[in-house]
Design a protein around this ligand. Structure first.
Ligand SMILES: Nc1ncnc2c1ncn2[C@@H]1O[C@H](COP(=O)(O)OP(=O)(O)OP(=O)(O)O)[C@@H](O)[C@H]1O
Ligand SMILES: [Mg+2]
Length: 254
């Protein structure tokens, strides 16, 4: 199983849309099983997959050690995608993890994923716009990281902190962690945007070739609860996410 975290401190940059569509394209490319982990108390991935439910177990239980991944994960309408849901209980779980110093705090998700390592080809983690203990758990459990970025005046806010966090996790907990690159989302062709991408390249060193175009279809696909390439196969963002999955697989040598 290869695990990838989709992360940015900024909100609204397309982390959730990228996680869902990447999970779908990776699954679709190879008919392989994918585990999609919602690591955000907002629970947007869980809502999209229709498994947001306060009565069921969630990522909080995994962090607290009260359930394993197999008990928590739920089947979705996409036969090969299972989801580990999240909800607002993650806020309390994060605090409880930090108070409990009797067990390692950063590697709980990694340890839990060991149980299902042979069952999935990929695990995609949709992170919160935050660096909290559950997001650090995601990084410690991951092989790879992608940072979705929208090119605007505030695009670089927080990227330095995330890159620092990736470096620290790599140094202290997870030497195999690889920064695959920044992914430009909600791209609109303009000189200004292309200038911004060049600045981003200088700033963070790695920007993926694939860009995801801005299109209203994306928002519609979230209302429909469908990946973009199911909802509107010919739209630019559908091609974008197919290319992203292919570029990612090239980068990891698959
Ligand atoms: N390529 C795109 N074109 C147009 N709209 C997009 C695109 N990608 C994402 N959006 C829209 O932008 C909004 C934010 O997307 P998303 O929820 O994926 O961001 P996020 O980074 O996960 O946000 P948060 O930090 O709150 O979790 C959504 O309304 C989504 O429909
Ligand atoms: Mg999100």
């Amino acid at each position: 199983m290869r695990t990838i975290s989709i992360i940015n401190l900024k909100g609204g940059v397309g982390k959730t849309v990228t996680s869902i569509n990447m999970a779908y394209e990776l699954m679709h490319n190879h008919d392989c099983r994918v585990l999609l982990i919602d690591c955000d108390k907002q629970g947007n991935t869980s809502k999209f997959m229709k498994c947001h439910d306060y009565d069921k177990k969630s990522l909080s239980d995994v962090l607290l050690g009260t359930a394993g991944i197999m008990e928590v994960s739920v089947r979705t309408k996409f036969a090969l995608i299972d989801v580990v849901p999240a909800n607002m209980s993650l806020l309390k779980a994060d605090r409880q993890v930090l108070l409990d110093t009797t067990k390692p705090q950063q590697s709980r998700v990694r340890e839990a994923l060991e149980q299902v390592r042979d069952q999935y080809t990929y695990c995609v983690i949709d992170c919160a716009p935050d660096i909290n203990i559950s997001v650090i758990n995601a990084l410690v459990a991951s092989d790879d990281v992608i940072i979705p970025v929208t090119i605007d005046k505030f695009a670089f806010d927080g990227i330095r902190e995330i890159l620092e966090q990736i470096r620290d996790v790599k140094k202290y907990y997870n030497p195999k962690l690889e920064f695959i690159g920044c992914l430009v989302t909600q791209y609109k062709k303009s000189e200004l945007c292309d200038e911004g991408i060049k600045l981003l390249e200088d700033f963070c060193g790695r920007v993926l070739e694939t860009k995801i175009s801005w299109t209203q279809v994306v928002s519609r696909s979230t209302f429909a609860g469908e990946p973009i390439s199911v909802h509107s196969p010919r739209c630019g963002a559908a091609g974008g996410y197919k290319n992203l999955a292919a570029e990612y697989e090239r980068r990891i040598g698959r």
